[in-house]
Design a protein around this ligand. Structure first.
Ligand code: TA6
Length: 254
């Protein structure tokens, strides 16, 4: 299945592995309770355990404006305790209609505070990663993971991709993905997020990804909404944190 940028918003690799417990190369993987490699335990799964866990489907219903809502929940259990010994409940709500809204909420049901990172690692289908622009990042600082985590300031103007890009911006947005060949722009409007990650592996790094075809890297860009690194969240006992992103398609704007 090859995403058609003029139609599909999200990208899933045609070489994606659809197995329980396997991270999917595409869609909207949920990174929680850490982002990237675990800070101290290299044997722990990259991006946390949420994206490869079985979530409970709590509800599917229709909401105003003929949109469909699905609510999923992940609670603390034996499997997670080995990685994250806290009493947490994570809830993901997806509302699909003319636009797409995803929220990710975390509740601390324990008696001690805990800190976590989270990100919706969204893969967007594009006509060609080197033909798109990401607007809204100007003036924000970012951690450049391609340059050993150097902190840099994004000057005026959009981000364009040429080779590997792996940046954690200290901004929750809004940002806009402009795809001239796809004849559309996608706007990300967020709440409760302080980080935006932009990633494309480029040809060299993509060559090492066994679940991406040789030129598959050209057909996606990840724009990830979350709270990562210095923007991690600490939830007090009995407290909660809510984050959401609305993906709005603005057509015919190049
Ligand atoms: O979001 C960017 C990133 O952290 C990159 O460093 C790269 O590792 C990417 O995530 C994909 O990670 P994954 O574990 O899904 O291959």
């Amino acid at each position: 299945m090859v995403a058609q940028p003029e139609r599909d918003w999200l990208w899933v690799s045609e070489k994606a592995r659809w197995g329980v417990g396997t991270a999917l190369r595409g869609g909207i993987p949920i990174c929680f309770p850490w982002f990237g490699p675990h800070p101290t335990e290299r044997s722990f799964p990259a991006h946390g355990f949420a994206r490869t866990s079985i979530w409970r489907l709590l509800a599917v219903d229709e909401v105003a404006g003929s949109r469909v809502r699905a609510v999923f929940e992940l609670g603390a259990g034996d499997a997670s305790a080995a990685f994250f010994p806290h009493v947490f409940t994570a809830r993901t709500t997806v509302i699909a209609g003319d636009d797409l809204e995803v929220s990710f909420d975390v509740v601390n049901g324990g008696s001690a505070p805990f800190a976590f990172e989270a990100a919706l690692h969204t893969y967007f289908a594009v006509s060609d990663c080197e033909a798109i622009a990401v607007e809204g990042l100007g003036g924000h600082t970012y951690v450049d993971k391609v340059s050993a985590g150097e902190r840099r300031l994004h000057g005026p103007g959009p981000l364009r991709i040429s080779g590997e890009v792996d940046r954690v911006y200290q901004s929750g947005g809004p940002v806009t993905l402009v795809d001239p060949a796809g004849a559309r722009s996608l706007r990300l409007e967020t709440r409760g997020a302080a980080s935006t990650v932009v990633w494309n592996p480029g040809a060299k790094k993509a060559g090492a990804l066994t679940d991406v075809s040789p030129d598959g890297f050209r057909r996606f860009v990840c724009l990830e909404t979350g709270n990562v690194g210095d923007q991690r969240i600490t939830v007090p006992p009995g407290g909660s944190h809510a984050m959401s992103v609305q993906y709005l398609c603005v057509r015919n704007r190049s």
